[in-house]
Design a protein around this ligand. Sequence first.
Ligand code: SF4
Ligand code: SF4
Ligand code: SF4
Length: 274
Amino acid sequence: MANSNNRRKFMTTTLQSVGLTALGGMLWSGYTHEVKASPLVLRPPGAIKEEDFLTACIKCGLCAEACQNRDTNIDKETGEAREGTLKMAKGGDHTLIGTPYFIPTEVPCYMCEEIPCVPVCPSGALDIASVSNEKEELDINMSRMGLAIVHKESCIAFWGIQCDACYRACPLLDVAITLEYQKNERTGKHAFLLPVVQDSACTGCGLCEMACVTEKPAIFVLPNEISKGRAGSHYVKGWDEKDQERVKDAKKIKTVNERSEKEASDYLNSGDLY
Ligand code: SF4
Ligand code: SF4
Ligand code: SF4
C-alpha cells in the first residue's frame, strides 16, 4: 500500500514537472517569438540599434510616461488629454514585452522640441548624443526613428490626383519631404506633383503616414534597418568628400577579379563595370 502511494506521488510529481516544463516551454517560445518579431517596430527618438536596444532597455516605462505627460498631448479642440505616442509592449504586440514603441497611424511622434522622452531614460537605450546637434543641444530633427517610404502604386498623387496631405503634415516641410513636378506625358495637359522623401532629413515621426488619405497609407514609416539598402564599400561617390579617403585606400587595392590592370579607384569610377 505504501509502495502504491509512493508510486502515485512520484507519478503526480513527474507529471506536474512535465506540465510545468511544457508551460515554461510555451511561454519561452512565445517570448522568443515576440523578440524575433521586433524588426518592424518603431522605437522612440534616440533609440540605439534594435539588437542593443533589446538588451539595454530596462522596461521602466519612464520614456512613455514622459511622452504621455507632454504638453502637446492635449487635444486643442476638446482640451482633453490624448493617448501618448509611446506604448509599452504587451503580449501579442510583436515585440519584446515591456519595451516602448509607437504606431504612427494610432499616435505618431509629434517631434517635441524638448524631446522629454529621451533624457529620462536611465539605461542608455535612448541615446541623448544621437539627438543632439553640434552645440550639444537637444534637437529632435536629428532623430532617426525610421524612414518614410512612398508606395507609388497606391499614392494617388502618382495617378495625377491632386493630394499633398503627407507633404503638409511633415514638420520638416520642404526638407524631409518635397514635391517634385513631373509632366503628365499621357494627357500632355496635366502635371504630377509627387511627394519625395529625403532620406537625409526624414526623422521617421510618422505624421505623414497618419495624414495620408488612402485607405491603407501609401506613405509609411519603416525602421531604418528594413527601409534602407546598403551600397557597400566597393562603390565610391566621386563627388562626396567623405569618399575621398576611401578612394585613397582603394588605390592600394588591385582590381576585382583581375579583369583589368587599372587601379581599384579608377575601375570603380570608370563606368565600365560589367
Ligand atoms: S518626441 Fe515627443 S511625441 Fe515623440 S516620443 Fe518623444 S515625447 Fe513622445
Ligand atoms: S526610459 Fe529607457 S529604459 Fe526605460 S522603458 Fe524607455 S527606453 Fe527603456
Ligand atoms: S516621417 Fe514623414 S512627416 Fe515625419 S519627417 Fe519623415 S517625411 Fe516628414
